[in-house]
Structure formats: structure tokens, C-alpha cells
Design a protein around this ligand. Structure first.
Ligand code: GMT
Length: 378
């Protein structure tokens, strides 16, 4: 594809959609495109080095006392329109139907240019907001007025069509990870620094601790596992349910067994010292953390919902269990921990799967193919 000028809009802070949008922007820049991020903050994965053909345009949200709520979406639309005009962008790729697709549509009208808009759906905009009847028409508008719409799993395509009642074509493009960052790292001695002894197994959970992540299921499963084997649980991330988790840990005397580490930058190292990841969400359009775990050689026990079964193959690279079935979680984890040969087989199968199904170059090429198609259509 010939180099283009691409505007990207996303939520830039910690979170799967921001990670995917930023990694895609980096990959597109490395293929010669000029990438313009139009966001409220510099995306957190962009702060590691200088990227000569990546530009950042800050959406500044005014806080006037007369406005009860700061008008983020209008500020974002204005900034998008300004960048479309001044940098003569070829197209926009926005992440989330609401607000970013809607902001992009407004920006297109303001700019007076016939710019194309691609929207990628990540789940939260559909499976959480889509249940709010007052927002459904707006989500549908964002989707139907976009020139091309993608979603990160087949399940999200299905759910979007059902919840938002749209017949718009939605293409599935899976997420990917940066293979130069996510791979099994040599972490000799790291566990000891965390006070984990050689005979203890390590479980890990990474999330934003929102209710959909079902953090208590993680802790309940871990309590059952602890009855059968010596183990530590690493909790990575931050969010509204972390205090509830802390309370559970205290009430059940798990302080010595659960390490609450908050947000961490070097996730690949923490994954590389782990034996099994737990992802027990009740909603998950894809589960990027599961892919990150697999890329680091860590089998995942996840719930059989949303897009998770498209990432984890049950009994091959991980296990799938029903939501809330903590006994099944404990059973599958113990199977993996007690059979080293099986654990190794799952690990290798996962690594292979990441390389074939979710290979970054393949996914980025798929986006480029869709960009070309969109630009050629009237
Ligand atoms: O999981 C979250 O709460 C964060 C959310 C986001 O918007 O960043 O993640 C969504 O997008 C990720 C990237 O595509 C997916 O891997 C997550 O599964 C998805 N989260 C949900 O569907 C709940």
C-alpha cells in the first residue's frame, strides 16, 4: 500500500483498545505511513522512544464552570477537523463507535473534506453501552455512517448486529501483540525478588478490575487451588473492584499468598515468571491479555464467553470454563500445574497459535487491505 496520512483516535490510557490502536499506529508508521494520533493524552505505549513519522495532537477538554460535564466529544471533533484540514489526512481510523466514530463523522462535516472513516469496535462500546436503549441509536449511527467497520472477534460482530440492530457489513480483524515485546523472557531470579519460593507455582490475573472481570471468582478459585498446592497469585492492574479484592484477601487470610502489584509496565516479564493466567470475565470481546499470556508461553484458563473461545482453544492452548464455575477453574489449573508434560504441550501450542493466527504483520496487512478497499469505494 502506498504511504498514506492516517488519523487515529482512541482512548489512550491503559486498556486493550488503546494498546491495539497504538501498536497498530506504530506498525503502520514502520511501513512508511504518516500517523497522527488525536487523543486526550499521549498513548502510553508511545512514550518509549522517538517515532519520526508519528505525530500527536492533544484534544484539550475545557472545564468551564457553567458546563456540568466537560464537552470532550465536541473538543475531540474540533481537533479531528483541524488535523484533517491542516495535515490533509487521507482517512481516519477511530476506535469505539461511541464516542470516536460519532466525533469523526462530525469532524468530517466540519472539515468540508470527503475523508473516509474506518471504525473498529472493541466491545465495551457495544456490549456495555449497547444495552442502554438511549445510546443504541447513536451507536448505530456511528457504525452506519462509517465507511468501513471492523470488530475484534466474530462474536463481537454477532453481538453488535443483534444489540444495535444493524445490517452494516462488519469485518472481523483479530488483535495482535508486538512479538518483540511479548515472548518468553529469561526471568531467572525474578520470582525470588517477589518472595516466591521455588516450590510455589505462580498464577496471574491482569485487568482493569471492573465488575465484568469478576475478580472475586479469581480469588475464590485461587483459594481452592491453594488447598491442593503451594502457589502465589499476582494481581496486576487497578480499578473499581480492587478494594473489594483487598477486603476478600484480608477476610480469607490470603495476604501472604496474593501479591497486589497495581499497574505495571513490564508485563511480559511478569507473565514469563507465571505458570497459568486466569481470565474469568463475564464479558470480553477478545481478551488481549490472554493473547499476551500465550505469547509469553503461559496457558490461560478463561471463561467460555464473548471472543475468548476464538483466542483460547479448549484443551489445547488453555481451558474454557463456564462463568462463575470456580470449581472448574481450580480443576483445570490443577491439571496444568500437576502435569508438567501437559503444561509444556499447552505452552508450545499457544506460542504456535500466536505466531500463526495472531501474527502482527498479518493483522496489519489485513487492516491495510481494508484501508485500500475503503479508499477505492465511492
Ligand atoms: O476490557 C476492558 O475493560 C478494556 C476494553 C477497552 O476498550 O480497552 O477492552 C476491550 O477491548 C480489548 C481490545 O480489543 C479487548 O481485548 C477486550 O476484550 C475488550 N473488553 C471487553 O470486551 C470487556
Amino acid at each position: 500500500m502506498k504511504p498514506k496520512k492516517i488519523g487515529i483516535s482512541c482512548y489512550p490510557t491503559v486498556g486493550g483498545s488503546g494498546v491495539v490502536a497504538t501498536e497498530l499506529g506504530k506498525q503502520l508508521a514502520s511501513r512508511g505511513h504518516e500517523v497522527h494520533f488525536i487523543t486526550t493524552e499521549i498513548p502510553f505505549r508511545l512514550d518509549d522512544k522517538v517515532y519520526p513519522n508519528i505525530f500527536f495532537h492533544e484534544v484539550e477538554v475545557n472545564q468551564y464552570a457553567v458546563f456540568k460535564h466537560p464537552p470532550h466529544d465536541l473538543s475531540a471533533a474540533s481537533k479531528l477537523a483541524e488535523v484533517i484540514r491542516t495535515h490533509e489526512l487521507d482517512f481516519l481510523h477511530v476506535h469505539y463507535a461511541v464516542p470516536h466514530a460519532v466525533c469523526a463523522i462530525l469532524a468530517k462535516q466540519m472539515s468540508g473534506r470527503e475523508i473516509k472513516i474506518m471504525t473498529t469496535l472493541h466491545g465495551t462500546d457495544i456490549t456495555v453501552l449497547g444495552f442502554d436503549p438511549s445510546l443504541q441509536p447513536l451507536i448505530r449511527f456511528g457504525i452506519e455512517q462509517s465507511d468501513c467497520v471492523t470488530a475484534v472477534s466474530h462474536d463481537l460482530v454477532r453481538q453488535t448486529k443483534e444489540l444495535v440492530e444493524t445490517t452494516k457489513t462488519i469485518e472481523t480483524v483479530y488483535n495482535f501483540v508486538d512479538e518483540d515485546v511479548y515472548y518468553p523472557k529469561p526471568v531467572e531470579g525474578l520470582a525470588a525478588h517477589y518472595g516466591i519460593s521455588k516450590d510455589e507455582r505462580v498464577l496471574i490475573h491482569i485487568s482493569n478490575f471492573r465488575p465484568v472481570k469478576r475478580i472475586l471468582d479469581v480469588l475464590k478459585s485461587f483459594s481452592l487451588i491453594l488447598k491442593k498446592t503451594k502457589a502465589k497469585l499476582l494481581l496486576i492492574g487497578n480499578g473499581p473492584e480492587l478494594p473489594i479484592a483487598r477486603q476478600y484477601i484480608k477476610e480469607h487470610g490470603l495476604e501472604k499468598h496474593v501479591l497486589v502489584l497495581g499497574n505495571q509496565k513490564h508485563i511480559a516479564e511478569l507473565l514469563s515468571m507465571s505458570d497459568v493466567m486466569l481470565l474469568l470475565s463475564e464479558k470480553e470481546s477478545f481478551g488481549l491479555v490472554a493473547l499476551e499470556a500465550m505469547a509469553c508461553g503461559v496457558p490461560v484458563v478463561g471463561t467460555a464467553i464473548g471472543g475468548i473461545p476464538e483466542v483460547i482453544e479448549d484443551g489445547e492452548s488453555g481451558y474454557l470454563v463456564p462463568v462463575g464455575d470456580v470449581e472448574a477453574v481450580a480443576d483445570r489449573v490443577l491439571r496444568l500445574l500437576q502435569d508438567q508434560t501437559m503444561h509444556q504441550r499447552f505452552r508450545e501450542r499457544g506460542l504456535k497459535r500466536v505466531k500463526h493466527e495472531f501474527y502482527s504483520q498479518r493483522i496489519v496487512s489485513e487492516y491495510e487491505r481494508l484501508y485500500e478497499k475503503m479508499l477505492q469505494e465511492d
